[in-house]
Write a new protein. Structure first.
Length: 309
């Protein structure tokens, strides 16, 4: 594998360079461009986004940390500035995401040396903790924001909107034909205040056509609800690995107005890791790093300083 010299996709016009002032890198994954940001030097902090966001979500945290840490932020295949291949070229399953991350960190030499700090949001939690279960000895610290890495608890149902996207043709048409998932998420994800139209456009910019929206749909379709679903076993691996990190320094920053990763999800996390440091934001939503950027960035910096590797 080699690093391509150009980005998989240039920065969209709707994304001001001043908001995303990072050098782009692309790893060749069997002919598919896997885009990532690699800024700063020092202990590695790997940030993993979810659906339907992209590395843009972490721009403020990269800016806050890159003076003291090496910040690495990939765009999952099909997301952000990464290539968006058809199904015949890429298997849009959770295992593929974990394999991609594993390949990237090996390529960057981060499979040895200082331990990793994983920062995870939304699907990033599943991807990151499945990777962590494979490489427990490499994990030094964990930061989690409105995410999960376990099967859907019996007291928490899949929201009807997600179930419609996952299971119905109409949902698929809404996501790929009208960019409904990205647009709606950009409207409801932040609460204080809501994102401006320009910021919503920046979040949605990579998803400008039927083809470019393939991953935003496939991520939802890949939510495993029962044994036999394609990614059920990978979630089980992540869930079974959680006890390995009960003593790992861990911090949560949680938007309490998230209708998907609700306060109930946070309570299940507390059962797994009762000693974790928890910060809740009563007036924040799913995009907690947008709602409370200044506070969360400061909390992460302080957490890293208090828990040296």
């Amino acid at each position: 594998m080699q690093t391509l010299m150009q980005t998989a996709q240039s920065l969209p016009a709707a994304v001001p360079a001043a908001l995303y002032p990072f050098t782009s890198h692309v790893l060749d994954r069997n002919g598919i461009g896997y885009h990532y940001v690699d800024e700063g030097q020092g202990e590695p902090v790997v940030m993993l986004h979810g659906n339907p966001t992209w590395s843009f979500y972490y721009r403020n945290l990269v800016g806050a940390l890159k003076g003291s840490y090496r910040t690495v932020v990939p765009d999952h295949v099909g997301m952000g500035l990464s290539d968006k291949p058809n199904d015949d070229r890429y298997d849009y399953r959770l295992k593929s995401r974990v394999d991609d991350l594993e390949a990237l960190l090996a390529h960057l030499g981060l499979n040895s040396g200082p331990k990793l700090t994983l920062v995870m949001h939304d699907w990033g939690g599943m991807i990151g903790m499945a990777y962590a279960a494979r490489h427990a000895e490499r994990i030094g610290r964990l930061v989690l924001m409105n995410t999960a890495a376990f099967h859907l608890p019996s007291d928490i149902g899949l929201p009807l909107a997600l179930r419609a996207i996952r299971d119905t043709p109409l949902g698929a048409v809404a996501v790929r034909g009208f960019n409904a998932f990205s647009r709606i998420a950009a409207h409801v994800g932040a609460k204080r205040p809501k994102l401006t139209p320009a910021m919503r456009d920046a979040y949605c910019a990579p998803y400008h056509s039927w083809q470019s929206r393939i991953a935003t749909l496939r991520f939802v379709q890949d939510i495993p609800l029962k044994t036999g679903d394609p990614s059920y076993a990978t979630v089980t691996e992540a869930q079974d690995g959680l006890p390995l990190f009960r003593s790992t320094p861990t911090m949560f920053a949680w938007g309490m107005k998230d209708f998907v990763f609700s306060p109930k999800v946070l309570e299940h996390w507390r059962q797994h890791w009762p000693n974790a440091e928890v910060h809740t934001f009563a007036d924040c939503g799913h995009y907690v790093l947008e709602d409370a950027a200044t506070e969360v960035c400061a909390l992460v910096e302080a957490f890293l300083s208090r828990n040296p590797l």
